[in-house]
Design a protein around this ligand. Structure first.
Ligand code: HXC
Length: 510
């Protein structure tokens, strides 16, 4: 065979591999690696690299193993350069041998060098058992690359099949994890080991399915019913993000907002401080129409985080949700908020905080599982963030939680409050029992005395005007003016220059 014929034959085998892959994957309601990449990238823009790399020699060589179970390359998303790898489960279960691992490492390293996001489409049985230590060393390089790229380029993992054993740690170190429900799963040890060690029966889905990770563990930031929506979410996310930590944020020229609904903000907070309302509604009214992209929607719902556009520009939103657990900060909410704040800070995304928080969650369960250590993460994350940071207090801002949610004292650039705000060391009911103990003990009608003292406390202490007079907030603003105030505040902060003292890295409490 001459070289031209060999060239044609190799292309032919590749074509055959794709046909086999289509049949096998579609039978499992899954797509092939190349089909997935076609959804991810702008049409016709994928530029494949190392297509004909073969598995290590000790593996029984098959003509149908071109690429060694992973398709890698670079394509365009909304016209911007992005690198990606897609594992091919039809070649040895997408298992990661040395050549396979080096292909992934190569695109990771190119993405870092050229300042482009790196996306992993994962569908793999993990380390290729036959290649032993070689496959482990390839994983090691991938993990190191994940960490080297962290905070420099966005890294996103989409889990579209198995992701098991130590192989879960590459996705876990990326910025966002997207899963499908039913066809993807992540666990460190599978159901068989669980049965053997703990004598517990559990299905793959119950142990590490998409919904479990989106709701319970918080490993997954998004979960979708099908692969197409999961992959398209990468495109949606990247539309808010810079390509790297020096790239300017993308700006949308198409700015729409709901002018009529701004008035509704004047009455959205109920007079009764114990009545909930939906903070998500406030976010959606304030930001440009239909631009709030919520992250971790199903996890720790007492705090909302996500990207949005304000006057066309990307912002990160962190907001207490009074509708869930009264917006109290617990361990999961603190971790969720901290991770998001750190992402925004790494990629120069200004942060808007909407605050209505009665405090940290009390109780032995939270204390014993580490609310001190984990609550400190949120505090640390805000303290170290140097991006523009603006807070609006809609209602409660009590105690440590007032400080944590981006107060001026920890470096917030502007703090505004609505007239409905209650800013104090603690809520009226608890406060009067401490500062008026003797008076209450002596009262003939304790209930009436309590009521009177609560009203007095609210009037004299738990309101925004005291904080305004003391300069602890910048201004009390009319709720319907908030969007205008925020746009101006972020405009003022657009050229913010602030850096932390030089050091190797801080030591965030983990
Ligand atoms: C080599 C593997 C493989 C692996 C799957 N295959 N996993 N080959 N190394 N790790 C092969 C199978 O032999 C089979 O080959 C083909 O892929 C499809 O696998 P099936 O088992 O038929 O598919 P399915 O029933 O869908 O099950 C998928 C699976 C299962 C759940 C992923 O294959 C499985 O449990 N694999 C092992 C998972 C695992 O324990 N991996 C190691 C994790 S530890 P044929 O030729 O029959 O088509 C790890 C360490 C990383 O990853 C360390 C980093 C620090």
């Amino acid at each position: 065979m001459n070289k031209r014929e060999i060239f044609e034959q190799r292309r032919h085998f590749l074509q055959q591999m794709e046909e086999v892959a289509v049949q096998k994957q579609h039978a499992k309601l899954k797509l092939t690696a190349r089909e997935r990449l076609n959804i991810l990238f702008d049409e016709g823009s994928f530029f494949e690299l190392n297509t004909f790399v073969e598995p290590a020699k000790e593996i029984k060589k098959s003509q149908n193993a071109y690429g060694d179970g992973v398709v890698v390359g670079r394509g365009l998303i909304q016209g911007r350069s992005v690198f990606a790898y897609a594992q091919d489960f039809t070649v040895m279960g997408g298992s990661l041998g040395y050549a396979h691992g080096m292909k992934i490492a190569k695109v990771q390293e190119m993405a870092l060098k050229f300042g482009s996001p790196c996306i992993g489409l994962i569908d793999s049985g993990g380390a290729r058992i036959q290649e032993g230590i070689n496959s482990l060393s390839a994983y090691a390089r991938i993990f190191r690359n994940n960490v080297r790229s962290s905070g420099i380029i966005p890294q996103i993992s989409v889990i579209l099949g198995p992701s098991a054993g130590g192989a879960v740690y590459s996705p876990a170190m990326t910025d966002f994890v997207i899963m499908t429900n039913k066809t993807s799963y992540m666990f460190v040890t599978g159901p068989d080991v669980v049965k053997e060690v703990l004598n517990q029966e559990i299905s793959m889905d119950e142990l590490g399915g998409g919904n479990v990770h989106a709701e319970k563990s918080g490993v997954a930031h998004f979960v979708f019913e099908d692969e197409e929506h999961a992959i398209i979410q990468v495109r949606k996310l990247l539309a808010y993000l810079p390509l790297n930590n020096f790239d300017p944020l993308p700006v949308s020229m198409d700015v729409n907002f709901n002018a009529e609904r701004q008035e509704y903000l004047n009455k959205i907070v109920p007079d009764d401080p114990n009545r909930p309302y939906d903070m998500k509604e406030i976010v959606n009214i304030l930001v440009d129409n239909n631009t709030f992209l919520e992250i971790h929607e199903k996890f720790a719902q007492n705090i909302l985080v996500g990207f949005a556009r304000l006057n066309g520009k990307t912002i990160g939103v962190v907001a207490n949700q009074p509708k869930v657990m009264a917006g109290t900060l617990d361990i999961n909410a603190s971790i969720k908020g901290a991770r998001f704040v750190r992402f925004c800070d790494s990629f120069n995304i200004p942060i808007l905080v909407l605050e209505d928080v009665p405090g940290f969650m009390p109780g032995a369960e939270q204390e014993h599982t580490g609310i001190i250590r984990n609550g400190a993460k949120l505090l640390y994350a805000f303290c170290e963030a140097t991006v523009p940071r603006v807070t609006v207090i809609t209602r409660k801002a009590y105690g440590g939680a007032f400080i944590v949610m981006n107060s001026l004292g920890i470096g917030g650039d502007f703090n505004f409050a609505w007239p409905s705000a209650e800013i104090a060391v603690m809520g009226p009911a608890g406060a009067i029992k401490i500062i008026n103990r003797a008076e209450l003990a002596a009262a003939a009608d304790r209930k009436a005395a309590e009521q009177e003292l609560v009203e007095k406390y609210k009037e004299e202490i738990a309101n925004p005007f005291k904080a305004e007079e003391l300069g602890m907030i910048d201004d009390v603003i009319k709720p319907s003016d908030t969007r205008r105030v925020l746009i101006t505040a972020f405009e003022i902060l657009a050229n913010k220059q602030y850096s932390q003292p030089e050091r190797k890295h801080g030591n965030i409490p983990l």
